[in-house]
Design a protein around this ligand. Structure first.
Ligand SMILES: [Zn+2]
Length: 311
């Protein structure tokens, strides 16, 4: 198997201020761990390009893309950070980081579909799954996974793709964008109630939402995934699978109260990969979402990558 990892130094330059959990050190922790364990040497390390505005407009309203570009370019020029909502702050490095994050997902999709690589993980920030068609939200500016999924459909002509979201928070932005788009099956599992407090009632028949209470542990999560996700994936037969890979459901992560550990992320990735191998020629593009306990994040990303790369 060849597995690529996409990232870019620009993704470190997005800084939401002292003490913010969605911090540049998240990527350092991942990078350092992959280097120290020798895992990076086994991966195809690739540089994330800047996303094109047309790509962003596949998932977002055109005026949102244009207005956010103006705003983030102003912030970059002035050097003055600006809070866009209580959780989401734009700084001078945000515009380029956001373009790299979405650009990584699109480039990874191109490379996987071209057969250059089997699958890919995008170690990028800002994350994306709370960004709706027309709003920034919850640390997110552009919805990296939704942009890439639409790119696979609208540019490459695929007709069925799945999005799997195992972040501890509900991917409300992705749901907002793809609810009712029957070319996409979205499978998600998330703590409920928890920010953004949505998802208990799915917005479309192409959604399979599994809200779970705080303190749910891995065994129950695995049973639910096996019973609820796997039959839907088998029936849908996706031609490609996108993963919103958030690791904030880890037992050590304070932003949620789930009890997942590395072995659970390993198992979840194996189940997704088995479906991709059966139906999608193994095609997977996974994008980093949450994960704020730095050591647990790095270890969890490593097991996720080991499964993707069959190492
Ligand atoms: Zn999250």
């Amino acid at each position: 198997m060849s597995t690529a990892i996409y990232s870019h130094p620009d993704c470190r330059l997005h800084d939401m201020g002292e003490g913010h959990p969605e911090c540049p050190q998240r990527l350092d922790a991942i990078h350092d761990y992959l280097l120290a364990t020798g895992l990076e040497a086994a991966l195809d390390v690739r540089s994330a390009p800047l996303a094109r505005l047309e790509s962003l407009a596949l998932a977002h309203e055109s005026h949102y893309v244009a207005e956010l570009k103006d705003l983030l370019e102003q912030v970059a020029a002035s050097g003055e950070p600006r809070a866009l909502d209580p959780d989401t702050v734009a700084g001078p490095g945000t515009w380029r980081a956001a373009l790299r994050a979405a650009g990584a997902a699109v480039a990874a999709t191109d490379a996987v579909i071209a057969g250059e690589i089997d699958n890919a993980f995008c170690a990028v920030r800002p994350p994306g799954h709370h960004a709706t068609r027309g709003e920034t939200m919850g640390f997110c500016f552009f919805n990296n996974v939704a942009v890439a999924a639409r790119h696979a459909l609208d540019v490459h002509g695929l007709t069925r793709v799945a999005i799997v979201d195992f972040d501890v928070h509900h991917g409300n932005g992705t749901e907002d964008i793809i609810a009712g788009d029957e070319r996409v099956l979205m499978l998600s599992i998330f703590q409920h109630p928890l920010y953004p407090y949505s998802g208990a009632v799915p917005l479309g028949t192409n959604m399979c939402n599994l809200p779970i209470p705080p303190y749910t542990r891995g065994g129950e999560v695995r049973e639910m995934i096996e019973a609820m996700w796997m039959p839907r994936l088998e029936e849908f037969r996706p031609q490609m699978i996108f993963i919103s890979a958030g690791f904030d459901g880890h037992r050590e992560d304070d932003l949620g109260q789930l009890g997942l550990v590395e072995a659970d992320y390993e198992w979840i990735t194996q189940r997704i990969k088995s479906a991709a191998d059966r139906h999608a020629k193994g095609r997977i593009v996974s994008c980093l979402e949450g994960g704020y306990a730095l050591d647990a994040l790095a270890r969890s990303v490593a097991v996720h990558l080991r499964v993707l790369a069959e190492l």
